[in-house]
Design a protein around this ligand. Structure first.
Ligand SMILES: [Zn+2]
Length: 238
């Protein structure tokens, strides 16, 4: 079982605001990381998963990659210390314009560089977080390829992974991600079993707020896979 977890905010959920579903509390997050540690999960990078899918390496039977979308500041404040304590790596997908403009609530360049030097990886989540399939081809490519280039310059490190805003993509978007030279991409399709054919729209497990550790454990089960395999057939038709 190789799964990729999706998080957004690690902060106390604010019920009144839209997007409360994107908040996992710091104590829940710490308990979940502790669960991975105690249960002996191997926390791997997306590159490790890619090599595994291409048959070039083998991973521990229970391996998991941790991802964060959007690059919120609370990831630095509340997730990064826990990751470091446990010796876990993760990948944060940044909205490059927000990093560049140092927008409040988002990671700053200094924080990003500090995380990078502690083994956290960074990927692109486009320049401006649009619904890519609604854009003309050249604008899509600018969001996909332009964000890679800018991020590489700002971080002074190669950027190999891409995350689709809103999980929104089609065949053309995939093609553009491949043309831009990414090694792979993650989607909002839910599954905890990965296939090589899905390298450019890898499914993930979205961690919902307020869940018990028992529910967190379920995220790695074969039953979760079956439930979502069935849902995905109908929803994504891929
Ligand atoms: Zn996003």
């Amino acid at each position: 079982m190789v799964a990729i977890l999706t998080y957004h905010h690690i902060a106390e959920p604010c019920q009144e605001k839209a997007g409360a579903g994107l908040y996992v509390s710091p104590s829940e997050f710490a308990a979940q990381m502790n669960f991975l540690k105690v249960r002996g999960f191997s926390v791997v990078t997306l590159d490790d998963i890619r090599e595994h899918l291409l048959g070039r390496n083998s991973l521990a039977p229970t391996s998991v990659a941790i991802t964060f979308d959007d690059g919120y500041q609370d990831v630095y404040e509340n997730a990064f210390p826990v990751l470091r304590e446990n010796g876990f790596t993760a990948t944060v997908f940044l909205i490059v314009k927000r990093l560049k403009e140092e927008k409040p609530g988002y990671l700053s360049l200094n924080q990003t560089k500090e995380m990078l030097s502690s083994g956290i990886c960074f990927g692109s989540h486009t320049l401006t977080h649009p619904r890519l399939t609604r854009l003309p081809e050249d604008e899509q490519y600018r969001e996909i390829e332009g964000s890679k280039k800018e991020l590489q310059e700002m971080l002074d490190t190669p950027v190999h992974w891409f995350s689709y805003p809103y999980g929104n993509f089609n065949q053309l978007t995939i093609k553009k991600v491949q043309q831009a030279g990414y090694r792979g991409a993650v989607s909002a399709i839910r599954d905890n079993r990965l296939r090589p054919a899905e390298l450019y729209y890898l499914p993930r497990v979205m961690v919902m707020p307020g869940i018990s550790i028992k529910k967190f454990n379920y995220y790695f089960s074969y039953y979760y896979h079956l439930v979502h395999w069935w849902k995905n057939l109908r929803r994504w038709k891929i």
